[in-house]
Ligand binder design. Structure first.
Ligand SMILES: Cc1cc2nc3c(=O)[nH]c(=O)nc-3n(C[C@H](O)[C@H](O)[C@H](O)COP(=O)(O)OP(=O)(O)OC[C@H]3O[C@@H](n4cnc5c(N)ncnc54)[C@H](O)[C@@H]3O)c2cc1C
Length: 438
Protein backbone atom coordinates (compact mmCIF):
# COMPACT_ATOMS: atom_id res chain seq x y z
CA UNK A 1 0.00 0.00 0.00
CA UNK A 2 1.39 3.42 -0.94
CA UNK A 3 2.28 5.63 2.03
CA UNK A 4 4.28 8.77 2.76
CA UNK A 5 6.29 9.48 5.90
CA UNK A 6 7.25 13.12 6.39
CA UNK A 7 9.79 14.26 8.98
CA UNK A 8 8.73 17.36 10.89
CA UNK A 9 12.19 17.74 12.42
CA UNK A 10 15.62 17.06 10.94
CA UNK A 11 18.98 17.01 12.71
CA UNK A 12 20.40 20.39 13.54
CA UNK A 13 23.17 19.77 16.02
CA UNK A 14 24.18 23.42 16.04
CA UNK A 15 26.90 24.01 18.63
CA UNK A 16 30.24 22.70 17.53
CA UNK A 17 31.22 19.22 18.58
CA UNK A 18 34.65 19.69 20.21
CA UNK A 19 35.86 16.23 19.19
CA UNK A 20 35.00 16.95 15.58
CA UNK A 21 36.62 20.40 15.69
CA UNK A 22 39.88 18.81 16.90
CA UNK A 23 40.13 16.83 13.63
CA UNK A 24 41.44 18.18 10.33
CA UNK A 25 38.70 19.56 8.08
CA UNK A 26 37.13 16.72 6.05
CA UNK A 27 37.06 16.66 2.24
CA UNK A 28 33.90 18.25 0.78
CA UNK A 29 30.72 16.26 1.36
CA UNK A 30 29.30 14.06 -1.37
CA UNK A 31 25.55 14.68 -1.14
CA UNK A 32 22.62 12.98 -2.80
CA UNK A 33 21.88 14.64 -6.16
CA UNK A 34 19.52 13.64 -8.96
CA UNK A 35 18.00 10.16 -8.74
CA UNK A 36 20.04 7.26 -7.47
CA UNK A 37 18.71 3.69 -7.53
CA UNK A 38 20.07 1.18 -5.02
CA UNK A 39 19.16 -2.14 -3.43
CA UNK A 40 19.36 -0.83 0.13
CA UNK A 41 19.12 2.63 1.66
CA UNK A 42 20.36 3.12 5.22
CA UNK A 43 19.28 6.40 6.83
CA UNK A 44 21.68 7.69 9.49
CA UNK A 45 25.46 7.27 9.62
CA UNK A 46 25.97 7.01 13.37
CA UNK A 47 27.33 3.84 14.93
CA UNK A 48 24.20 1.82 13.99
CA UNK A 49 24.03 2.98 10.37
CA UNK A 50 27.77 2.62 9.81
CA UNK A 51 27.78 -0.95 11.10
CA UNK A 52 24.61 -2.08 9.32
CA UNK A 53 25.79 -0.62 5.99
CA UNK A 54 29.28 -2.14 6.36
CA UNK A 55 27.94 -5.60 7.13
CA UNK A 56 25.34 -5.46 4.32
CA UNK A 57 28.10 -4.37 1.95
CA UNK A 58 30.36 -7.24 3.01
CA UNK A 59 27.67 -9.92 2.97
CA UNK A 60 26.13 -8.79 -0.32
CA UNK A 61 29.04 -7.63 -2.48
CA UNK A 62 26.87 -7.38 -5.58
CA UNK A 63 24.16 -5.27 -3.93
CA UNK A 64 24.33 -1.47 -3.91
CA UNK A 65 23.89 0.35 -0.60
CA UNK A 66 23.35 4.06 0.01
CA UNK A 67 24.24 5.32 3.49
CA UNK A 68 22.67 8.75 3.94
CA UNK A 69 23.20 11.29 6.70
CA UNK A 70 21.77 14.74 7.30
CA UNK A 71 25.16 15.96 8.58
CA UNK A 72 28.82 15.00 8.22
CA UNK A 73 29.86 11.62 9.60
CA UNK A 74 31.21 12.10 13.13
CA UNK A 75 29.32 15.33 13.70
CA UNK A 76 26.17 13.72 15.16
CA UNK A 77 25.62 11.99 18.48
CA UNK A 78 27.88 9.02 17.74
CA UNK A 79 30.75 11.48 17.33
CA UNK A 80 29.78 13.84 20.15
CA UNK A 81 29.63 11.51 23.13
CA UNK A 82 32.14 10.70 25.88
CA UNK A 83 33.86 7.94 23.90
CA UNK A 84 33.41 5.00 26.30
CA UNK A 85 33.06 1.68 24.46
CA UNK A 86 31.56 -0.23 27.34
CA UNK A 87 31.34 -3.87 28.15
CA UNK A 88 30.51 -5.42 31.49
CA UNK A 89 28.26 -2.43 32.08
CA UNK A 90 25.33 -2.53 34.44
CA UNK A 91 23.40 0.16 36.25
CA UNK A 92 22.75 -2.36 38.97
CA UNK A 93 19.01 -1.88 38.86
CA UNK A 94 18.28 -4.88 36.66
CA UNK A 95 15.74 -7.22 38.18
CA UNK A 96 16.53 -9.81 35.57
CA UNK A 97 20.21 -10.71 35.58
CA UNK A 98 19.71 -12.96 32.53
CA UNK A 99 18.81 -9.81 30.62
CA UNK A 100 21.95 -8.17 32.05
CA UNK A 101 24.10 -11.07 30.88
CA UNK A 102 22.56 -11.03 27.43
CA UNK A 103 23.27 -7.32 27.13
CA UNK A 104 26.77 -7.92 28.35
CA UNK A 105 27.44 -10.56 25.69
CA UNK A 106 26.14 -8.15 23.07
CA UNK A 107 28.27 -5.27 24.37
CA UNK A 108 31.38 -7.45 24.55
CA UNK A 109 30.78 -8.48 20.94
CA UNK A 110 30.25 -4.81 20.07
CA UNK A 111 33.64 -3.80 21.48
CA UNK A 112 35.28 -6.68 19.62
CA UNK A 113 33.51 -5.81 16.38
CA UNK A 114 34.64 -2.17 16.52
CA UNK A 115 38.15 -3.20 17.57
CA UNK A 116 38.38 -5.57 14.63
CA UNK A 117 37.45 -2.86 12.13
CA UNK A 118 39.78 -0.32 13.78
CA UNK A 119 42.69 -2.76 13.58
CA UNK A 120 41.91 -3.99 10.07
CA UNK A 121 41.78 -0.45 8.68
CA UNK A 122 44.25 1.15 11.10
CA UNK A 123 41.70 3.80 12.06
CA UNK A 124 43.41 6.54 14.08
CA UNK A 125 40.97 7.20 16.92
CA UNK A 126 43.19 7.22 20.04
CA UNK A 127 41.98 3.73 20.97
CA UNK A 128 42.91 2.93 24.57
CA UNK A 129 42.16 -0.08 26.76
CA UNK A 130 42.39 2.00 29.94
CA UNK A 131 38.95 0.82 31.08
CA UNK A 132 36.84 2.90 33.45
CA UNK A 133 36.30 3.73 37.08
CA UNK A 134 32.77 4.31 38.35
CA UNK A 135 33.01 7.08 40.93
CA UNK A 136 31.18 8.62 43.86
CA UNK A 137 31.97 11.73 45.83
CA UNK A 138 29.62 11.32 48.79
CA UNK A 139 26.91 9.19 50.40
CA UNK A 140 24.30 9.46 47.58
CA UNK A 141 26.87 8.44 44.99
CA UNK A 142 28.16 5.62 47.17
CA UNK A 143 24.66 4.13 47.42
CA UNK A 144 24.56 4.01 43.61
CA UNK A 145 28.09 2.64 43.57
CA UNK A 146 27.05 -0.30 45.77
CA UNK A 147 24.16 -1.06 43.43
CA UNK A 148 26.52 -0.87 40.48
CA UNK A 149 28.92 -3.29 42.17
CA UNK A 150 26.00 -5.65 42.79
CA UNK A 151 25.00 -5.38 39.12
CA UNK A 152 28.55 -6.08 37.93
CA UNK A 153 28.74 -9.14 40.19
CA UNK A 154 25.39 -10.31 38.81
CA UNK A 155 26.65 -10.26 35.24
CA UNK A 156 30.00 -11.76 36.24
CA UNK A 157 32.23 -8.72 35.69
CA UNK A 158 35.15 -8.44 38.07
CA UNK A 159 36.09 -5.11 39.58
CA UNK A 160 38.42 -3.67 42.17
CA UNK A 161 37.64 -1.07 44.83
CA UNK A 162 39.54 2.22 44.73
CA UNK A 163 39.66 4.38 47.87
CA UNK A 164 40.07 8.14 48.11
CA UNK A 165 43.88 7.91 48.03
CA UNK A 166 43.71 5.62 45.01
CA UNK A 167 41.38 8.04 43.24
CA UNK A 168 43.77 10.89 44.02
CA UNK A 169 46.69 8.94 42.58
CA UNK A 170 44.83 8.61 39.28
CA UNK A 171 43.16 12.01 39.06
CA UNK A 172 45.12 14.34 41.34
CA UNK A 173 41.96 15.29 43.26
CA UNK A 174 40.52 14.17 46.60
CA UNK A 175 37.00 14.98 45.34
CA UNK A 176 36.12 11.31 44.94
CA UNK A 177 35.44 9.31 48.09
CA UNK A 178 35.46 5.95 46.35
CA UNK A 179 35.44 4.19 42.99
CA UNK A 180 35.20 0.78 41.43
CA UNK A 181 37.43 -0.08 38.55
CA UNK A 182 36.30 -2.56 35.94
CA UNK A 183 38.37 -3.44 32.89
CA UNK A 184 37.03 -4.39 29.51
CA UNK A 185 36.17 -0.92 28.25
CA UNK A 186 37.91 1.04 25.55
CA UNK A 187 38.20 4.80 25.30
CA UNK A 188 38.21 6.51 21.92
CA UNK A 189 38.08 9.89 20.20
CA UNK A 190 34.51 9.31 19.01
CA UNK A 191 34.43 11.71 16.04
CA UNK A 192 37.69 10.21 14.74
CA UNK A 193 36.28 6.71 15.12
CA UNK A 194 33.10 7.58 13.21
CA UNK A 195 34.98 9.39 10.47
CA UNK A 196 37.31 6.40 10.18
CA UNK A 197 34.38 4.00 9.95
CA UNK A 198 32.82 6.18 7.25
CA UNK A 199 36.05 6.37 5.25
CA UNK A 200 36.62 2.61 5.15
CA UNK A 201 33.25 1.28 4.02
CA UNK A 202 33.12 -1.53 1.45
CA UNK A 203 33.21 -0.32 -2.18
CA UNK A 204 29.52 -1.11 -2.79
CA UNK A 205 28.45 1.30 0.00
CA UNK A 206 28.09 4.91 -1.17
CA UNK A 207 28.06 7.52 1.59
CA UNK A 208 25.88 10.62 1.10
CA UNK A 209 26.43 13.38 3.67
CA UNK A 210 24.64 16.69 4.25
CA UNK A 211 21.58 14.93 2.80
CA UNK A 212 18.65 15.01 5.22
CA UNK A 213 15.86 12.61 4.24
CA UNK A 214 12.69 14.63 4.73
CA UNK A 215 10.22 12.15 3.22
CA UNK A 216 9.97 8.46 2.49
CA UNK A 217 7.42 7.30 -0.06
CA UNK A 218 6.63 3.61 -0.14
CA UNK A 219 4.66 1.64 -2.68
CA UNK A 220 6.58 -0.36 -5.21
CA UNK A 221 9.85 -0.02 -3.24
CA UNK A 222 10.85 3.23 -1.53
CA UNK A 223 11.74 6.78 -2.56
CA UNK A 224 13.76 8.82 -0.09
CA UNK A 225 13.61 12.55 -0.66
CA UNK A 226 16.67 14.73 0.04
CA UNK A 227 17.01 18.46 -0.73
CA UNK A 228 18.95 17.96 -4.01
CA UNK A 229 17.90 14.50 -5.04
CA UNK A 230 16.16 11.28 -4.28
CA UNK A 231 17.19 7.71 -3.63
CA UNK A 232 15.09 4.81 -4.86
CA UNK A 233 15.63 1.60 -2.89
CA UNK A 234 14.14 -1.88 -2.63
CA UNK A 235 14.57 -1.91 1.13
CA UNK A 236 15.24 0.72 3.78
CA UNK A 237 16.94 0.59 7.16
CA UNK A 238 16.26 3.46 9.53
CA UNK A 239 19.31 3.96 11.74
CA UNK A 240 18.55 7.57 12.56
CA UNK A 241 18.12 7.09 16.30
CA UNK A 242 15.75 9.52 18.02
CA UNK A 243 14.78 10.96 14.61
CA UNK A 244 13.14 7.65 13.63
CA UNK A 245 9.97 8.84 15.36
CA UNK A 246 9.83 11.70 12.84
CA UNK A 247 9.45 9.06 10.12
CA UNK A 248 6.80 7.18 12.07
CA UNK A 249 8.95 4.46 13.68
CA UNK A 250 9.16 3.71 17.43
CA UNK A 251 6.87 6.63 18.20
CA UNK A 252 5.99 6.72 21.88
CA UNK A 253 8.54 4.05 22.81
CA UNK A 254 11.78 5.95 23.29
CA UNK A 255 12.45 8.74 25.82
CA UNK A 256 14.72 11.35 24.24
CA UNK A 257 17.22 12.69 26.76
CA UNK A 258 19.81 15.33 25.93
CA UNK A 259 23.26 15.36 27.52
CA UNK A 260 25.94 18.01 27.30
CA UNK A 261 29.71 17.90 27.22
CA UNK A 262 32.66 20.28 27.04
CA UNK A 263 36.31 19.82 26.16
CA UNK A 264 38.94 22.15 27.61
CA UNK A 265 41.94 23.36 25.69
CA UNK A 266 44.95 21.00 26.05
CA UNK A 267 46.48 21.31 29.53
CA UNK A 268 49.93 22.88 29.83
CA UNK A 269 52.88 20.93 31.28
CA UNK A 270 52.57 22.57 34.74
CA UNK A 271 48.80 21.92 34.82
CA UNK A 272 49.18 18.19 34.25
CA UNK A 273 50.46 17.57 37.76
CA UNK A 274 47.10 18.84 39.07
CA UNK A 275 45.26 16.05 37.25
CA UNK A 276 47.37 13.08 38.32
CA UNK A 277 50.41 13.65 36.13
CA UNK A 278 48.98 13.47 32.60
CA UNK A 279 48.15 9.80 32.11
CA UNK A 280 44.73 9.43 30.51
CA UNK A 281 41.74 8.28 32.55
CA UNK A 282 37.98 7.74 32.17
CA UNK A 283 35.51 8.15 35.04
CA UNK A 284 31.82 7.32 34.92
CA UNK A 285 29.47 8.72 37.54
CA UNK A 286 27.48 6.32 39.67
CA UNK A 287 24.82 9.00 40.24
CA UNK A 288 22.52 10.21 37.44
CA UNK A 289 23.46 13.73 38.50
CA UNK A 290 27.18 12.98 38.36
CA UNK A 291 29.74 13.90 35.71
CA UNK A 292 31.54 11.71 33.23
CA UNK A 293 35.14 12.93 33.21
CA UNK A 294 38.07 12.06 31.00
CA UNK A 295 41.62 13.18 30.63
CA UNK A 296 42.12 12.57 26.94
CA UNK A 297 45.16 11.35 25.06
CA UNK A 298 45.72 14.94 23.87
CA UNK A 299 45.54 16.12 27.50
CA UNK A 300 42.19 17.85 27.56
CA UNK A 301 39.56 17.44 30.25
CA UNK A 302 36.21 16.21 28.98
CA UNK A 303 33.38 17.09 31.34
CA UNK A 304 29.93 15.61 30.69
CA UNK A 305 26.99 16.47 32.91
CA UNK A 306 23.55 18.17 32.76
CA UNK A 307 20.48 16.32 31.50
CA UNK A 308 17.32 17.69 29.97
CA UNK A 309 14.25 16.14 28.42
CA UNK A 310 15.24 15.99 24.77
CA UNK A 311 12.10 16.05 22.62
CA UNK A 312 13.36 19.22 20.87
CA UNK A 313 16.46 17.27 19.71
CA UNK A 314 18.36 20.54 19.42
CA UNK A 315 19.66 23.17 21.80
CA UNK A 316 19.36 26.88 22.26
CA UNK A 317 22.11 29.15 23.54
CA UNK A 318 20.60 29.35 27.05
CA UNK A 319 20.73 25.54 27.42
CA UNK A 320 24.32 25.47 26.23
CA UNK A 321 25.22 28.35 28.56
CA UNK A 322 23.67 26.51 31.55
CA UNK A 323 25.64 23.36 30.65
CA UNK A 324 28.85 25.40 30.32
CA UNK A 325 28.33 26.76 33.85
CA UNK A 326 27.87 23.20 35.17
CA UNK A 327 30.95 21.98 33.33
CA UNK A 328 33.08 24.77 34.78
CA UNK A 329 31.62 24.06 38.20
CA UNK A 330 32.48 20.35 37.84
CA UNK A 331 36.06 21.27 36.97
CA UNK A 332 36.30 23.79 39.84
CA UNK A 333 35.12 21.26 42.43
CA UNK A 334 37.71 18.72 41.33
CA UNK A 335 40.62 20.98 40.42
CA UNK A 336 40.10 24.48 41.89
CA UNK A 337 43.29 25.73 40.21
CA UNK A 338 41.78 24.96 36.81
CA UNK A 339 38.45 26.66 37.58
CA UNK A 340 38.80 29.25 34.82
CA UNK A 341 40.32 27.07 32.13
CA UNK A 342 39.11 27.87 28.61
CA UNK A 343 36.65 25.44 27.05
CA UNK A 344 37.30 24.66 23.39
CA UNK A 345 33.67 23.69 22.90
CA UNK A 346 30.37 22.90 24.62
CA UNK A 347 27.73 20.89 22.85
CA UNK A 348 24.68 18.70 23.37
CA UNK A 349 23.46 15.45 21.90
CA UNK A 350 20.25 13.46 22.25
CA UNK A 351 19.98 9.77 22.97
CA UNK A 352 17.15 7.36 23.57
CA UNK A 353 16.13 5.48 26.70
CA UNK A 354 13.36 2.95 27.07
CA UNK A 355 11.20 2.11 30.03
CA UNK A 356 12.06 -1.58 30.05
CA UNK A 357 15.61 -1.93 28.73
CA UNK A 358 13.93 -2.70 25.42
CA UNK A 359 15.11 -2.45 21.84
CA UNK A 360 13.98 -1.17 18.46
CA UNK A 361 15.27 -3.79 16.04
CA UNK A 362 13.92 -5.54 12.96
CA UNK A 363 11.19 -5.05 10.37
CA UNK A 364 8.74 -2.26 11.16
CA UNK A 365 6.68 -2.42 7.93
CA UNK A 366 7.20 -4.50 4.77
CA UNK A 367 10.72 -3.70 3.53
CA UNK A 368 11.26 -1.02 6.19
CA UNK A 369 13.64 -2.03 8.99
CA UNK A 370 15.02 -0.15 11.98
CA UNK A 371 17.88 -0.41 14.41
CA UNK A 372 18.25 1.94 17.33
CA UNK A 373 20.61 1.76 20.27
CA UNK A 374 19.11 2.72 23.60
CA UNK A 375 19.84 2.69 27.33
CA UNK A 376 23.16 1.47 28.73
CA UNK A 377 26.34 1.17 26.61
CA UNK A 378 24.73 2.47 23.42
CA UNK A 379 27.89 2.64 21.30
CA UNK A 380 28.84 -0.98 21.76
CA UNK A 381 25.32 -2.38 21.76
CA UNK A 382 24.59 -0.19 18.73
CA UNK A 383 27.65 -1.48 16.85
CA UNK A 384 26.65 -5.09 17.32
CA UNK A 385 22.95 -4.40 16.73
CA UNK A 386 23.81 -2.86 13.35
CA UNK A 387 25.89 -5.87 12.36
CA UNK A 388 23.25 -8.32 13.58
CA UNK A 389 20.43 -6.60 11.72
CA UNK A 390 22.42 -6.97 8.49
CA UNK A 391 23.05 -10.62 9.36
CA UNK A 392 19.35 -11.16 9.89
CA UNK A 393 18.47 -9.42 6.61
CA UNK A 394 20.89 -11.76 4.84
CA UNK A 395 19.52 -14.86 6.57
CA UNK A 396 22.47 -15.48 8.90
CA UNK A 397 21.59 -16.77 12.35
CA UNK A 398 23.90 -16.90 15.40
CA UNK A 399 23.66 -17.22 19.19
CA UNK A 400 24.27 -13.46 19.38
CA UNK A 401 21.38 -12.73 17.03
CA UNK A 402 19.24 -14.91 19.28
CA UNK A 403 20.44 -12.84 22.27
CA UNK A 404 19.38 -9.70 20.43
CA UNK A 405 16.00 -11.12 19.48
CA UNK A 406 15.38 -12.25 23.05
CA UNK A 407 15.63 -8.67 24.38
CA UNK A 408 12.22 -7.15 25.05
CA UNK A 409 10.76 -4.71 22.53
CA UNK A 410 10.79 -1.11 23.72
CA UNK A 411 7.60 -0.69 25.76
CA UNK A 412 4.99 1.98 25.18
CA UNK A 413 5.44 5.21 27.15
CA UNK A 414 2.93 7.77 28.35
CA UNK A 415 2.54 10.62 25.83
CA UNK A 416 3.67 14.19 26.36
CA UNK A 417 3.02 16.24 28.45
CA UNK A 418 2.95 13.38 31.01
CA UNK A 419 6.27 11.92 29.87
CA UNK A 420 7.94 15.33 29.92
CA UNK A 421 6.58 15.90 33.44
CA UNK A 422 7.81 12.51 34.72
CA UNK A 423 11.28 12.86 33.21
CA UNK A 424 11.70 16.46 34.42
CA UNK A 425 10.59 15.47 37.92
CA UNK A 426 13.21 12.69 38.05
CA UNK A 427 15.93 14.99 36.77
CA UNK A 428 15.06 17.67 39.34
CA UNK A 429 15.02 15.09 42.13
CA UNK A 430 18.50 13.84 41.22
CA UNK A 431 19.73 17.44 40.88
CA UNK A 432 18.61 18.33 44.38
CA UNK A 433 19.33 15.13 46.33
CA UNK A 434 22.62 14.37 44.58
CA UNK A 435 23.88 17.90 43.94
CA UNK A 436 27.28 17.08 45.45
CA UNK A 437 27.99 14.48 42.76
CA UNK A 438 27.97 16.99 39.85
C1 LIG B 1 27.23 13.94 25.62
C2 LIG B 1 26.99 12.48 25.35
C3 LIG B 1 27.83 11.52 25.90
C4 LIG B 1 27.63 10.16 25.62
N1 LIG B 1 28.57 9.25 26.04
C5 LIG B 1 28.48 7.95 25.63
C6 LIG B 1 29.52 7.03 25.93
O1 LIG B 1 30.56 7.38 26.48
N2 LIG B 1 29.36 5.73 25.54
C7 LIG B 1 28.23 5.31 24.87
O2 LIG B 1 28.11 4.12 24.57
N3 LIG B 1 27.26 6.19 24.53
C8 LIG B 1 27.35 7.50 24.87
N4 LIG B 1 26.39 8.39 24.49
C9 LIG B 1 25.23 7.92 23.70
C10 LIG B 1 25.61 7.54 22.27
O3 LIG B 1 26.44 8.49 21.70
C11 LIG B 1 24.34 7.38 21.40
O4 LIG B 1 23.36 6.66 22.07
C12 LIG B 1 24.70 6.68 20.10
O5 LIG B 1 25.74 7.36 19.47
C13 LIG B 1 23.50 6.59 19.17
O6 LIG B 1 23.94 6.01 17.96
P1 LIG B 1 22.97 5.89 16.71
O7 LIG B 1 23.75 5.37 15.57
O8 LIG B 1 21.75 5.14 17.11
O9 LIG B 1 22.46 7.36 16.48
P2 LIG B 1 23.21 8.71 16.04
O10 LIG B 1 24.62 8.73 16.40
O11 LIG B 1 22.32 9.81 16.57
O12 LIG B 1 23.14 8.64 14.49
C14 LIG B 1 21.97 8.89 13.78
C15 LIG B 1 22.33 9.67 12.56
O13 LIG B 1 21.14 9.83 11.79
C16 LIG B 1 21.18 11.08 11.17
N5 LIG B 1 19.80 11.42 10.83
C17 LIG B 1 18.75 11.61 11.65
N6 LIG B 1 17.64 11.87 10.95
C18 LIG B 1 18.00 11.86 9.66
C19 LIG B 1 17.31 12.06 8.45
N7 LIG B 1 15.98 12.34 8.44
N8 LIG B 1 17.99 12.00 7.28
C20 LIG B 1 19.32 11.69 7.27
N9 LIG B 1 20.02 11.48 8.40
C21 LIG B 1 19.37 11.57 9.56
C22 LIG B 1 21.83 12.01 12.19
O14 LIG B 1 22.43 13.12 11.58
C23 LIG B 1 22.84 11.08 12.87
O15 LIG B 1 24.14 11.22 12.33
C24 LIG B 1 26.52 9.75 24.80
C25 LIG B 1 25.67 10.71 24.26
C26 LIG B 1 25.90 12.07 24.52
C27 LIG B 1 24.99 13.08 23.90
Amino acid sequence: MAATRKAKKLPNDGAKNGWYEALPAPPPAHSAEGTVTVDWAVVGAGICGLTVARQLGELRPSDSIALIDAERVGYGTSGRNAGFLLKGHSHGGEKDMELGKRNDRLCAAGVEHIHDIVMRHQIQCDWSDWGRIYVASGAPGETHLDRLAHGLEGIGTTYTEVDRDGMEAVTGTRFYSRGIRADGTALVQPAALMRGLGATLPPNVELYEDSPVSEIHSGDGFRLICPEGEIAARQVVLANHVFAEELGVARGRVVPVSLFASLTRPLKEDELKLVGGGGEFGLLPSSPNGSTVRLTRDRRILMRNTLIYGRAKQFDESELAAARVNHHEGIRRRWPDLADIELDGTWGGTLGFTRNGGVVFGEMAPGLHAVMTTDAAPLTRGAIAGKLLADQLCGIDSPLLQDMLALPKAARLPPDPFLRFIVNRRIRKAESSEAGEL
